[in-house]
Design a protein around this ligand. Structure first.
Ligand code: SDX
Length: 429
């Protein structure tokens, strides 16, 4: 049987090296032995944006980009979307197995009963401008939770991690609800423990003067499936931020704040907001060819299209498209859907996109749903951050418990000035 190794000949020295191959990868530190002199640091791998670098071993999500496959802990996303609930899926992502009824009841009880925020957080949210972006408020507020729960610093105490996990999963919707209500000048709507996870979230968004908010079951279910679809996704930008910041052993609230900040970017979770702004800018189906032409000439991107890993249709986008139909039966069809469908139709036939394997991703259709239930566009990335919190926390805990992990501190290739002496200001040109 062929050896599971690479044989490397360094033509600079004529030396030969055997490098082991494990799980389809080499250990980058095995390259350090390849030197041209005793003083040489040794060979490094150079991989800006980590296009071909595994930062960790993980058992949480699995993506096959060419075949458009996504599984959480081995379960296909299609089955979880159809049969599971967000809280059950969050438990699976966090603890590795689908919960028994007793485990799910205990998990749901604890998440439900940690949804209230310290009253001082209201003063914190009140301090923002009326038009503050809800993601800016969410990033700040979740970081601020670290000042309320100082026990969160005990990151190697399993009971403390479990309690912070309850708090983070439970309080992200409340923080999001408070941020939204602040942005529309409405009084805060408090959690209602009688409602489901997504029903309660809708309550904190939309409750008016009625004594008890009654979520529309179609919207409640749609949100639950959307939350399942957004729960985790391997080592995406925000999860890498969660792991990287968490590797300094900071508390999980500050790490989630960093992850949410990464998600906010328009190339990542901010894309769902950017898609809606793009569709509104295009304005009508007739303008789609002109917009596609401009993109192909390098003027901007087709937001909601393309993916670092998926080189096929994002399986989540397919499911979201089906959810949209059920929601539009309740809310009325979002007229921007026609522009989105025309963009997709043309892009999937156009060589520019085919050659680059650009397909709709999770962000292409989700914003149409959020807009149709009346949410402002700047809330859309918030609706990504809430469910992804379960993935961030699961990945953070996996990193903490991984004996191969330590503080993340990449090397660099220095291309700057050589050593030079200080020049007094009088002598500078
Ligand atoms: C998410 O990583 C994850 O898993 C993320 C995510 C998750 O669940 O966590 O799936 C969520 O972030 C989805 C992606 C949302 N972002 C967008 O929809 C923004 C638009 N998409 C692009 O910016 C882009 O596709 C990325 C950022 C998603 C991926 O970028 P890559 O892998 O770095 O690819 P690239 O920028 O190198 O593009 C390769 C080529 C380039 O053309 P050339 O230079 O070869 O000529 O494809 C082009 C790009 O210009 N291209 C696009 C495009 N995306 C890539 N051209 C037009 N429109 C696009 N959307």
């Amino acid at each position: 049987m062929a050896a599971e190794t690479l044989t490397i000949i360094d033509n600079r020295t004529g030396k030969k090296y055997e490098i082991p191959v494990r799980d389809g990868a080499i250990n980058a530190s095995d390259l350090r032995q390849i030197r041209v002199s005793e003083e040489d640091f040794g060979l490094m791998s150079y991989d800006p944006a980590f296009m071909n670098t595994a930062s960790c071993q993980s058992k949480i999500s699995y993506i096959d980009g060419d075949r458009g496959i996504l599984r959480y802990r081995g379960y296909p996303i299609e089955q979880l979307a159809e049969k599971s609930s967000y809280l059950e899926t969050a438990y699976l992502i966090l603890y590795g197995e689908l919960p028994t009824k007793a485990q799910l009841d205990d998990w749901s009880y604890n998440v439900t009963h940690h949804s209230i925020l310290h009253e001082n957080i209201k003063k914190f949210i009140d301090g923002f401008h009326h038009d503050a972006h809800p993601m800016g408020m969410l990033v700040s507020a979740v970081g601020a939770l670290s000042t309320f729960y100082t026990d969160a610093k005990h990151i190697f105490d399993a009971e403390s991690r479990k309690k912070q996990t309850y708090r983070l999963i439970a309080k992200m919707p409340t923080l999001a609800g408070f941020a939204y209500r602040h942005s529309i000048g409405m009084p805060y709507s408090y959690p209602d423990n009688d409602l489901s996870y997504t029903g309660n979230f809708l309550n904190m968004l939309f409750k008016m003067t009625e004594i008890k908010y009654k979520p529309n079951p179609v919207i409640e279910k749609a949100f639950d499936v959307l939350f399942i679809l957004h729960a985790d996704h391997e080592q995406n930008c925000s999860t890498s931020a969660m792991r990287g910041v968490g590797s300094s052993h900071v508390d999980p609230y500050c790490a989630v704040a960093a992850a949410a900040a990464a998600l906010y970017g328009p190339l990542h979770g901010g894309a769902n907001e950017a898609v809606l702004r793009m569709l509104m800018e295009i304005g009508s189906k007739s303008k789609v060819p002109e917009f596609i032409k401009a993109v192909k000439e390098g003027h901007g991107k087709l937001m909601g299209f393309g993916h670092r890993v998926y080189k096929n249709y994002d399986p989540r986008a397919k499911i979201i498209k089906q959810i949209a139909d059920s929601v539009f039966e309740v809310t009325g069809r979002n007229p921007l859907l026609d522009i989105a469908l025309e963009l997709e139709r043309i892009a999937l036939e156009d060589d520019y996109f085919i050659k680059r394997k650009l397909y709709p991703n999770v962000d292409f259709y989700s914003g149409l749903i959020y807009q149709s239930i009346g949410l402002a566009m700047d809330m859309f990335p918030v609706l990504f951050a809430i469910p992804r919190t379960s993935g961030w926390v699961a990945q953070w805990e996996e990193m903490l418990l991984d004996s191969e992990q330590k503080i993340a501190r990449p090397r660099q290739i220095y291309k700057g000035a050589a050593k030079r002496d200080y020049v007094p200001i009088t002598a500078r040109k």
